[in-house]
Write a protein that binds this ligand. Structure first.
Ligand code: HEM
Length: 396
């Protein structure tokens, strides 16, 4: 099977789902003429590829062009086998359930305070004023990123995701910004300005003990900053937009806040923050009877797999009670499954909990889509919120 559409034009990126559906109908493995790569647009094969890291490796990069796969070589995201296991073990302790438990109170308090302040305003942008607030505080603090270097983080992280796509105009524009980010990370690692106690300091410590080469340090630090911002902001922004535009689902969540974790999964399923990553085959292989030669690049379309009608009933509906929402692949799956998903869930659920506690109704304004090669997100989601009687009394 082959498809001739370029899935990375502005038009498709702004409304990809009808095109993904057509791609799923073409078959379980489709050759994309525009990218000269295979794609797996359906759920079962996407999960199978992610679950077989021996045949579908990450060490030759998971981006969609050679340049970014060269820059990212040796990061957690773009490594295999023992090196990958070692890199995850360096960062792991900072993101374990135990470590996250100790952050929970702070994160929930930040979310509650932010929502309380926004309620006083009445109308605000749920992306700029709310979705960005937690990721931009929590992750840089976790990494120990110096306070003086935070103003560029969003621009740099967005550029990193543009550069991970095919080498189109967006990726070319992103190149210099990614370079800037890597240089900043290298300076920060060298001049001792990483704050003590963070993941960055743990990486430096591992390098001091000879567990990592000095050259591995800056990309590893970036490895933990870059994938954690736009993704989480996208998920929180999408969740708020979905709840604002589906009053019945908002009412269901208000009636039963225990559904919050499921609602967050459902938002990630429906609006997959990362559209796709890729793998390279280490040997000739077959998927569903389709031959794929060794050395081929295979694009795993999380965003398409998550709306596969073969897996999810009424796949385009937003249903906070969906029984298999947690089967979504938005955080990946298998060995390379998202290392930060516990933290992302903590942040997302804290924001939804604060809204459920303090807001009676959310009215949507007119949202604006963001355009990025790999991140699917809203640039802006204007909303007007009506506080609960309790929250109104507390703010009066
Ligand atoms: C809603 C938010 C997030 C989404 C949707 C998301 C999505 C993903 C996906 C799909 C992968 C798999 C990559 C692959 O298959 O090759 C991944 C890996 C990764 N994520 Fe996340 N992510 C999120 C938040 C975070 C956060 C908050 C952090 C850091 C604190 C983080 C750090 C990482 C790292 C380090 C990897 C590489 C893991 C590996 O290759 O072993 N992510 N993420």
């Amino acid at each position: 099977m082959s498809g001739s559409l370029d899935f990375w034009t502005d038009e498709v990126l702004l409304d990809p789902h009808p095109h993904y559906r057509a791609l799923r109908d073409l078959g379980p493995v489709v050759w994309l003429d525009a990218q000269q790569m295979y794609a797996v647009p359906r759920y079962t094969e996407a999960r199978a590829v992610l679950g077989d890291a021996g045949t579908f490796c990450s060490g030759q990069g998971v981006g969609l062009n050679d340049m970014v796969n060269g820059i990212g070589a040796g990061t957690t995201l773009m490594s295999d086998g023992q090196l990958h296991a070692h890199l995850r073990s360096v960062i792991g302790p900072g993101l374990t359930p135990r470590a996250l438990r100790s952050m929970r109170g702070t994160v929930e308090q930040l979310a509650a305070e932010r929502v309380a302040r926004l309620i006083q305003q009445g109308s605000f942008d749920a992306v700029a004023d709310l979705a960005r607030a937690l990721p931009l505080t929590v992750v840089p603090d976790l990494v120990g990123w110096p306070a003086g270097g935070r103003e560029h983080l969003l621009e740099w992280a967005g550029a990193a995701f543009d550069l991970l796509g095919p080498m189109n105009a967006r990726a070319q524009r992103a190149g210099p910004k990614v370079q800037e980010m890597l240089e900043f990370a290298a300076r920060t690692a060298a001049d001792g300005s990483l704050l003590p106690g963070g993941l960055g300091a743990a990486i430096l410590e591992a390098a001091r003990h000879g567990e990592l080469q000095p050259a591995q340090v800056p990309p590893l630090i970036v490895d933990y900053i870059a994938p954690s911002l736009d993704t989480t902001i996208s998920a929180i922004g999408s969740a708020i937009w979905l709840l604002a535009t589906h009053p019945d689902q908002w009412a269901a969540l208000k009636a039963d806040p225990a559904l919050i974790p499921n609602a967050f999964n459902e938002a990630v399923r429906l609006e997959s923050p990362i559209r796709a990553f890729s793998r390279v085959t280490t040997s000739d292989t077959q998927l569903e009877g389709y031959d794929i030669p060794a050395g081929a690049r295979v694009i795993v379309l999380y965003a398409s797999a998550n709306r596969d009608e073969r897996e999810f009933g009424r796949p385009d509906d937003f249903d906070v009670s969906r029984t298999n929402a947690s089967a979504q692949l938005g955080f990946g799956y298998g060995t390379h499954g998202c290392a930060g998903q516990g933290l992302a869930r903590l942040e997302g659920q804290a924001v939804l909990q604060a809204l459920v506690d303090q807001v009676e109704a959310i009215e949507p304004g007119r949202p604006v889509r963001a355009l990025n090669n790999l991140i699917n997100a809203w640039a802006s989601v204007p909303v007007t919120v009506h506080p609960t009687r309790h929250a109104a009394a507390a703010g009066a």
